[in-house]
Design a protein around this ligand. Sequence first.
Ligand code: ADP
Ligand code: SF4
Ligand code: MG
Length: 332
Amino acid sequence: MRDLHTYFFNRWGVTKAVDGVSFSLREGETLGIVGESGCGKTMTALSLLRLIPKPAARIVSGEIILDGEDIVPKSEKEMRKVRGRKISMILQDPQTSLNPVFTIGNQLSEALGIHQRSDRKDMINRAINALRNVRVAAPESRLDDFPHQMSGGMKQRVIGAIAISSSPKLIIADEPTTALDVTIQLQYLRLLKDIQAETGLAIIFITHDFGIVARMCDRVAVMYAGRIVEDADVRDLFNKPSHPYTQALMASVPQMDRTDRLFAIEGQPPALYALPEGCRFADRCPHVRDICRREYPPKIDIDTDHMTHCWMFDSAWKDQPEESASSQQAVE
Ligand SMILES: Nc1ncnc2c1ncn2[C@@H]1O[C@H](COP(=O)(O)OP(=O)(O)O)[C@@H](O)[C@H]1O
Ligand code: SF4
Ligand SMILES: [Mg+2]
């Protein structure tokens, strides 16, 4: 993804949900995208699939190069070949991703694209195989089950089976585990990693959970208010979290009674329809100086595979005066 901008246009103005996001992903690699609710993670994923809500949202500019080809200009017809075959998505809520009125066998064969042309025996065998691939025990006995007859973990596996049934190159898992208990979460994540080891699949994990990132990801992109503020190899990020927002995320404790905002960081991110000129984290940052409010921080390479956007790492930082009283007041 190169400098992608996906905006919502509505009565109130322009909401910059994805505002200049760039990252790359190699075969077999797992990228974690982390950040508070509302920062643009899902819209980044939906942009990759070109499934953003229409007509309110539009990819305004940028490129998404998949196998050397930009998919942003592709027609809807061409995109249908990309979705499923090249990129698959596992949706946020596993409980609602399966259709309650069809059997598991039906939904699998639909996904396998074999519902009409192939004979019944072939269909059953392929559906059984798909379940076996996601380690469902006694798969033949499961085909006639309806979703409500299965546990959450089992449903998650079926969704996984559907997502990998067309051998995509990239799977996007958007908060895949929030509705599952911890043991089942880990089993499921291990399963995805196994499948990755067998197939060379690339994975994008979208999550609030740094624990999942540490276990699952090779690289991490930290998103804040529509932009990636830090991107690093997972070990580098944990050893040396650099952006003050990343540090705050790591230091914060999940609030179990709040499902809308898991992180307890003081203050709010700016509204995506009224973004400031300078650093978007300035209102919440303990290190803020005048320059932070004046100009968006440049990209700084901290290491070979570690970048951040923060003025503190710029050579000009040491000469910057502390934030003046007038701008302090403006914050209050
Ligand atoms: N259907 C929508 N209509 C208008 N704005 C939306 C819609 N969905 C998302 N947005 C805007 O896009 C921003 C990013 O949303 P999203 O990508 O879903 O965040 P995340 O997945 O990080 O929680 C939201 O903060 C909101 O301002
Ligand atoms: S640029 Fe300034 S305000 Fe933004 S995170 Fe860095 S120090 Fe804080
Ligand atoms: Mg989301």
